[in-house]
Structures are given as C-alpha cells and as structure tokens.
Design a binder for this molecule. Structure first.
Ligand code: SAM
Length: 255
C-alpha cells in the first residue's frame, strides 16, 4: 500500500466544536492525517490496531484520546504553561500522540514495555517532526520505583492497560501532589468500583470525578475516571513487576 491509496480522515469540525468546544488547526489536521497513514502502513507489519477505517480511527483513536483531556481543551484561553504528562502502556501511541499534537506546549513521556511499539513510535515522531515527546521502553512498575520518575508528572494517561485498581497503582506513584490520573475505560462495572476509593486512598489519591459519555459517531459507552493525587504515595508502591496484576489491591484484605 502506498500513501495515495489511504483515505482522508473526516474533519468533523462541528463535532469537535460541540463535544470538546475545540477545533484542530490546519496543521493539526495534517498531522492527524499523517499519523493515520503511518499507523495504517505500520499495521501491515506490526499488527498495531484493528481500527483502520477512517471514521472509526477518527472516533476511537483521535476523538477518544482527546475526550479525556476535555477539561484542558475547554479552558484553552487560560492554558497553563508547560506540563509533564506520562502515557502509560501507550501501545501505538494512544492517547499520547494525539495529545502531544494537540498540546505542543506540554511534554509527553510515552511508556510501553514492548520494544517494537516504542521503536515504531520513534519513527512516527521523526516523520511528523514531533518535538515534545520522550519515549521509554520499560514496565511501568519499574519506572515507578525509580527515584527520578517518582512524583514528577502533572498528568498520567492510561487507556486499555489493566483493571482500574491496577492502573491506580501504576499511575499515582508517578504523579506530583495535585496531579491527576486519567483512566480511559469502556464499561466501568460495579465490580470494578468496589474498593476503588480505599485503594486510591492507600496510594495517596482520591477519586475526583467519573464521567460517563457516548462517543459521537457510534454512540459507544465510555467512562473516564479522574484520580487526584492528594498526598505522598507510600514507598512500597508500585509493587515489583507483575505483582499489581497478580495480586490486585482490591483483593488485599485490611487495606
Ligand atoms: N493505550 C493504547 C491504546 O489504548 O490504544 C494501547 C493499549 S494495549 C491494549 C496495552 C498496552 O499496554 C500494550 O502495548 C502493553 O505492552 C502495555 N502494557 C501493559 N502493561 C504494562 C506495564 N506494566 N508496563 C508498561 N506497559 C504495559
């Protein structure tokens, strides 16, 4: 396949406006299109995503990535200076790459444990001339236990990485006090809600809000869970590699 056969993404400017009170610039539209083309090409070798149709890519990869940061986009006028953002388990770069394109004044660190995914992202960064992204190939439990990454980020993003309590254990140690973790989820079950407040509290956070909404083209249900870091995370979290998923904190008695 070459570039010429890849379809155009829909612009959907009125949808951006109505749902996020924001619209991409022409340069951002070009970058989104190029990102789409590179993912389609990369997908032939790397099996990065099953979402290849342009409308679906727009909705499930672009719109969904930016819906999580709606509260920032809505306040673009008083946009704060720089912020440090970490995208944990970024895969092919979601939600981190659309966020980096949208907020060039922020610095994004994209983390994944799979070397080939991070190598692919590095080719995208060069092709799109994206300057505000750093990459790390490592398990996030490892990163969270290293002094130089602890409590330095303003925002942590996690989409489709692990159960909610596990995401909380990955994200909260990395956040500054006052920072926010944004957990992108499909359905958010009652089962997942159980114990979440206690687990988040143990890790130095609180549940700020949970937003349930539908995606604008296909009406699919989504949830974004916002966790605020309010105190220091005890030094024993995150637990060593693999433990957060093998023994999720919700199963630990007497938290
Ligand atoms: N966030 C992307 C998205 O929504 O399209 C990718 C989701 S994919 C289902 C989950 C990704 O998280 C995989 O690329 C996997 O390698 C990564 N991952 C899972 N657990 C991880 C961990 N403990 N540390 C680092 N990366 C992890």
């Amino acid at each position: 396949m070459n570039y010429h056969h890849i379809e155009q993404l829909p612009e959907n400017n009125s949808v951006w406006q109505e749902t996020l009170n924001w619209q991409p610039t022409s340069q951002q539209i070009e970058q989104f299109q190029k990102l789409y083309e590179l993912i389609i090409i990369g997908n032939q070798k790397l099996n990065l995503t099953r979402i290849i149709n342009p409308e679906e890519f727009w909705e499930k990869h672009l719109w969904d990535s930016l819906r999580g940061i709606k509260f920032i986009l809505e306040n673009q006028i008083n946009l704060p200076e720089e912020k440090k953002v970490i995208d944990i388990g970024t895969g092919a770069g979601f939600p981190g790459l659309p966020v980096a394109i949208t907020l060039p004044q922020y610095t994004l660190t994209l983390v994944d444990s799979t070397r080939k995914k991070i190598s692919f992202i590095e080719t995208i960064l060069a092709d799109l001339n994206i300057k505000n992204v750093l990459t790390i190939t490592n398990r996030v439990e490892q990163i969270g236990r290293l002094f130089q990454y602890r409590e330095i980020y303003d925002i942590a993003l996690l989409r489709a990485v692990a159960p909610t309590v596990v995401c909380a254990e990955y994200a909260l140690p990395l956040l500054k006090i006052g920072g926010i973790a944004i957990l992108y989820r499909g359905n958010f079950t009652t089962d997942e809600k159980a114990n979440l407040p206690e687990v988040v509290k143990l890790l130095g956070g609180k549940i700020e809000t949970i937003e349930e909404f539908k995606t604008p083209l296909s009406d699919s249900i989504r949830n974004c869970i916002y966790l605020r870091k309010v105190g220091k995370t005890p030094i024993n979290y995150p637990r060593p590699v693999g433990v957060p998923t093998q023994k999720p904190l919700r199963d630990v008695k007497n938290l």
